[in-house]
Structures are given as C-alpha cells and as structure tokens.
Design a protein around this ligand. Structure first.
Ligand code: AMP
Ligand code: AMP
Length: 345
C-alpha cells in the first residue's frame, strides 16, 4: 500500500455542503479542491476558503479528471449530491481514494436494505405497508434515493392510495406509516481514529408546503391542498437533554449492526438518523443518511453539541478533515478510505 508520502488534498463536488467541507479542510491545514460544473464555478471561486476549482462540462465527465485527482493525492469526500447528480453506479465506480465505505451506499439507497439494517440495530421504524394490503392509517409514499423529500405523497385512506399508486407506475417506492410529531435530524460522527461516537449537531428541516400549512385557517387546509415535503432549508435544534442517552444508544447500535452487515468495516464518519418524535417521545427513524447531510451547513462555525467535545468550532466538514489528517499523520489512511484500484496494487 502506498504510504501517502504527500499530504492528501480534500476534494468534493461543488454543491450541497462543499463550502463547509472546503472550509473544514482549510481549518485543519489541508489543501482543498472543488470540482464544479460551469454554472457554479464562479460561486466557489468567490470564497477564500476554497483553494482550487476544477471545472468539468457536466457531472457525466467526472471520470475524465480522475487521473488528475489521483495525481494530486486527492481524497473524495462524498455528500448528498454524489448519488443525486452522478448516480449510484458512477459514484461507486469513481476511481479515486474516497473517504468512507462505498459498500454502505447500497444499504442506504435500497430502502428494504435500510430497514433490515435498522431492524438489526433495534431501531424503531414506522410500519411498512405492502402495495396490495389496505391501509388503516395515513401513509406516506416515498421514492428511493435522497431527493430532499420532493415527490412524496400522503395518502389518508385507501381511495387516496389507489390514486397515488397509479402516478408512481415504473418508480421504486415504499408505503410508510405517517408519524405525526417533530422531525429531528441527528448528525453523528463515528471516528475510527478515536473509536468514539459523537453527536455533532441536530437540525430540523423546513419543508414546503408541510411547514406552511399550519399558517392557513383550518377551512382552507381541508381538501384544498395536498401536503408536500420538499426541503427548503434547515433550522437548528437543541433537544431535551434527557433524550441524549437514547440518541447515543441508537447511534452506537447502528454502527455495531453495520459492522456485521456491511463489509469490510461497516459505517464510519458522518451519518444522520432522521427521526420523528411523537407526543409520547417515541422516536421513529424514517431514514439513515450515511454521509454528511446538508443540515450540517447550519453549523459551519460549530454547534452547542460539537463544542462539548472540541475547543475549536467543529463542523462536520472540519471533523472529516480532522479524521483524515490524524489518519495521515498516523499512516493509517487505509483504515478510513475506500481505495481506488491503483492504490490497492
Ligand atoms: P442541491 O445541490 O441543492 O441541488 O442539492 C443536492 C441534493 O441534496 C438534492 O438531492 C437535494 O434535494 C439535497 N439537499 C440539498 N439541500 C438540502 C437540505 N438543506 N436538506 C436536505 N437535503 C438537501
Ligand atoms: P426523508 O426523505 O425520508 O428524509 O423524508 C423527508 C420528509 O418527509 C421528512 O423530513 C418528513 O417531514 C416527511 N416524512 C418522511 N417520512 C415520514 C413519516 N413516516 N411520517 C411523517 N413524515 C414523514
């Protein structure tokens, strides 16, 4: 294995949480590089925390720069746009050193696998309904893959359900019990170097139109509009301290289960458990994101939770850079990278 004689360069795609990742790298003394498409080059060039911008015509052209990235000792830090813009296949085939375990991607993308993972970790999830059975409670119809909540539909009864299922022809989706409560997104980081799980921050999403409906008088809400869940932004959340023990226990169980299910070393680095807490304070996990989520952008300058661990403002982006930097110094980068085929030789 190549000992990484030169310091690694943190590279990512220009979108989603790229600025946070770039600033985090700079704060940890690592060079960064952002790969952009023409419409966003000027944006990333604006910021002093971005060292290099490398433009490609379209995301499809990513393979054409892989050789260059390898030559600069780049480590790719993935975020939500990788699957959304590159697609799962291209993302997996990317032939550059990669922070994280790519085998986790299959478990994140396929909602049935996700569910198996959550069950293995004893995480409570909302009830799933199959297409042919009737529903006895409101159900949310969700497509596969991270799409920021867009395209989801809420069926109140079987009549709604039939109508919506027709619209979903040819798509992969699930029918999930709809939980009424507060959506809470917990941003974890599991450090291989420190063998420690950290909650770095928590957000709740602001979604259109679901979060706007309450502003309408009740007579306008009824029958006039369908709720939708397209994410518009995020707001910070601090939770009742008495909820923290369970949140940590859930994160630990997810990591332990991943070690058994996902070769070679399970999940590590940033991940997010997206849950809804009902009035009994029961936590229903609706999804796991096995990478940095956009809600962490609220905390580029640290968060109340990260401050409990670190004396410097620690964003998730910076935490990733620190893990990489520590691994580099200890000559243990192989423990946290999915290496490209050149490296493995
Ligand atoms: P964008 O770069 O804004 O086009 O986003 C890339 C992907 O990340 C899309 O799938 C978005 O739906 C998702 N995304 C972007 N911002 C957020 C956010 N604040 N919260 C959740 N998902 C997001
Ligand atoms: P997701 O793509 O799974 O992160 O979901 C996007 C948004 O849809 C969430 O932030 C919730 O507002 C809503 N949502 C998803 N699943 C459920 C559910 N089972 N019950 C209630 N709301 C949900």
């Amino acid at each position: 294995m190549k000992p990484w004689s030169k310091k690694p360069v943190i590279a990512t795609l220009g979108s989603h949480s790229a600025l946070q990742i770039a600033k985090g790298a700079r704060d940890e003394g690592l060079h960064n590089l952002i790969v952009t498409i023409p419409k966003s080059t000027a944006l990333y060039a604006r910021y002093p925390c971005v060292n290099d911008v490398l433009e490609i015509e379209s995301y499809g052209a990513f393979p054409s720069i892989e050789k260059k990235l390898r030559a600069t000792n780049a480590i790719i830090v993935p975020h939500g746009s990788f699957v959304a813009y590159l697609g799962l296949k291209q993302h997996k085939e990317m032939n550059v050193a990669y922070f994280g375990n790519k085998n986790v991607l299959d478990w994140e993308f396929d909602r049935r696998k996700q569910r198996k993972w959550m069950e293995e970790a004893s995480i409570v999830v909302p009830k799933l309904f199959s297409r042919n059975e009737g529903i006895d409670r409101p159900v949310i119809i969700k497509t596969f893959g991270a799409a920021g909540g867009s395209g989801y539909m809420l069926a109140k009864n079987n009549t709604d359900l039939k109508k919506y299922i027709k619209k979903m022809a040819g798509k992969q989706y699930i029918l999930q019990e709809y939980i009424i409560g507060v959506p809470m997104y917990v941003h974890y980081f599991y450090s291989v170097m420190d063998k420690r799980l950290e909650i770095l921050s928590i957000d709740r999403r602001y979604e259109s139109n679901a979060d706007g409906i309450g502003r309408l008088p009740i007579q306008h809400q009824t029958g006039l509009l369908e709720p939708s869940y397209t994410v518009v932004g995020n707001s910070p959340l601090s939770v009742r301290e008495s909820l923290l023990p369970e949140l940590y226990a859930m994160g630990e169980r997810v990591i332990t289960a991943s070690k058994n299910l996902i070769s070679p070393q399970g999940l590590f680095g940033p991940f997010c458990l997206e849950m809804i807490i009902d009035e009994r304070q029961h936590m229903y996990t609706i999804e796991i994101s096995a990478r940095i989520v956009a809600g962490t952008n609220l905390f580029i300058n640290g968060s109340p939770y990260a401050d409990l661990f670190f004396d410097v403002p620690m964003s998730t982006g910076r935490r990733i850079a620190r893990e990489i930097s520590v691994a580099y110094k200890r000559k243990q980068l192989h423990k946290i990278l999915h290496l490209d085929s050149h490296e493995k030789k």
